[in-house]
Design a protein around this ligand. Structure first.
Ligand code: ZN
Length: 433
């Protein structure tokens, strides 16, 4: 139990230190560097050595790490675990300051992905992400990571007295109800450049040099372990940083294998993966192809390597809800702390088929890990994930798995302490194959 708790706490710490996809990748990068992985750049020539460990990033929000396999790459292929770095949130719009009747200052935002809007109300929120600053090279602005690390804004609810029907359910308007307020306007305040001035102080650059930002709101409160027997993890962004963390934990064991082990952390899953750093882009395919080509192999070898590969698409799953058991399939109802969930959908929103499911099931049996299955109620539309998007680029065998959780896309989600260790162990076993 102690082992489970320590691993869950490590996840909570990782999430707290990763308030934006840029920070997710930066933290993963630091862990890989500390473990002796070598950093490569997509723009530079690679020199890969057998059995060595490498990683490369794209846009600062996607990361691909790999350990060169000891076998022939065209025969042993790649063993890939994929997860995503982004989560539903609100992004700061350009010139974000909105003056409210010369009394309050709020920031203009747009919704990113599909957050459960009401969970973001009345929380201490902060801001983090990337800031792009003018440089001497027009094609290469200076990009800085920013995290204000203190609660800066709040999105206040209406009091029940102004909205007596609030508990009967209300539609929140993204442009009206969801704007965060940051301060009471005083005479000293220059209301036009509040955010730029904050950034300028934070990263020590001139206000006029700050050109554009990619900043998101985040719940500033750190996650915690809760429940009668300390069995639940309650935190923001478990979807999908729990799978990023589990994949990273397994990958950092540097298991030796004939296959080339790969950890792929994609951005933009929450908005359909169609960006240069998303699972819908050719970035992973390019990297795999390059790993094969560099070993003096030909195009046929590249294709053989793909078709000898296997991918675990790791994204969180829905656990049986204690207040809405009716929302689930009558038979397959994943329970928290009962092990990883294999996600199945006949219409191919998940990549799992009987062959790839059997692989994951044998893997779990080998590692003595319990597992469960998820299918949607036949009259409910479920969500998609990385695997089926990635399949548009790479036609390789793939299974969709994840840990069971409640309240997916709430600002504060809940998953299982024990499950986190179990799936990390399943992933470790996969890399050892
Ligand atoms: Zn997800």
């Amino acid at each position: 139990m102690k082992k489970y708790k320590a691993h869950a706490q490590d996840l909570i710490d990782f999430i707290y230190e990763s308030p934006s996809p840029y920070h997710v990748v930066e933290n993963a990068k630091q862990k890989l560097l500390n473990a002796g992985f070598k950093a490569l750049k997509l723009t530079e020539k690679w020199d890969l050595k057998p059995k060595e460990n490498y990683f490369v990033t794209q846009n600062g929000t996607s990361l691909f790490a790999f350990t060169m396999g000891s076998g022939n790459v065209e025969e042993n292929g790649f063993k890939i675990i994929a997860a995503h770095s982004d989560s539903p949130t609100f992004k700061i719009k350009p010139s974000p300051e909105i003056n409210v009747a010369d009394r309050y200052l709020k920031f203009n935002t747009e919704t990113y992905g599909g957050p459960i809007l009401n969970t973001w109300l009345d929380r201490p929120l902060s801001i983090a992400g990337r800031v792009s600053v003018a440089s001497k090279n027009v094609l290469q602005p200076n990009n800085h990571l920013v995290n204000f690390t203190k609660p800066l804004v709040v999105i206040p609810n209406l009091p029940i007295h102004f909205n007596r029907k609030v508990n009967e359910g209300i539609a929140l308007n993204k442009q009206v109800d969801m704007l965060p307020v940051t301060t009471v306007i005083s005479e000293k305040l220059n209301t036009e450049n509040v955010l730029a001035e904050l950034i300028s102080k934070e990263i020590n650059v001139k206000v006029e040099d700050i050109l554009e930002v990619d900043l998101n709101l985040y719940h500033h409160t750190k996650g915690s372990i809760i429940g009668l027997n300390n069995e639940f993890i309650n935190s923001g962004k478990l979807d999908d940083l729990a799978m990023v963390h589990a994949g990273l934990t397994a990958f950092l064991n540097k298991s030796k294998s004939k296959a080339t082990n790969v950890l792929a952390i994609f951005d933009n899953e929450e908005v359909g993966s169609r960006s240069k750093q998303g699972a819908g882009s050719p970035v992973l395919k390019d990297i795999l192809k390059r790993i094969v080509a560099i070993q003096n192999k030909n195009e046929e070898d590249v294709q053989r390597a793909y078709y000898n590969s296997f991918m675990i698409s790791a994204d969180m799953a829905h656990a049986l809800h204690p207040n809405h058991t009716d929302k689930h399939d009558p038979v397959n109802k994943p329970i928290i702390n009962s092990g990883p969930v294999i996600k199945i959908e006949g219409n191919q929103k998940y990549t799992t088929d009987s062959d790839s499911s059997a692989v994951f099931e044998m893997l779990c049996k080998k590692a003595k890990i319990p597992y469960q299955k998820f299918v949607n109620r036949s009259d409910m539309l479920g969500g998609g994930t990385l695997g089926n998007v990635s399949a548009g680029q790479l036609a390789i065998r793939s299974v969709d798995v994840g840990n069971p959780m409640w309240a997916m896309h709430s600002v504060c989600e809940t998953s299982g302490v024990k499950d986190h260790t179990l799936i990390s162990e399943a992933f470790s076993e996969f890399y050892k194959l």
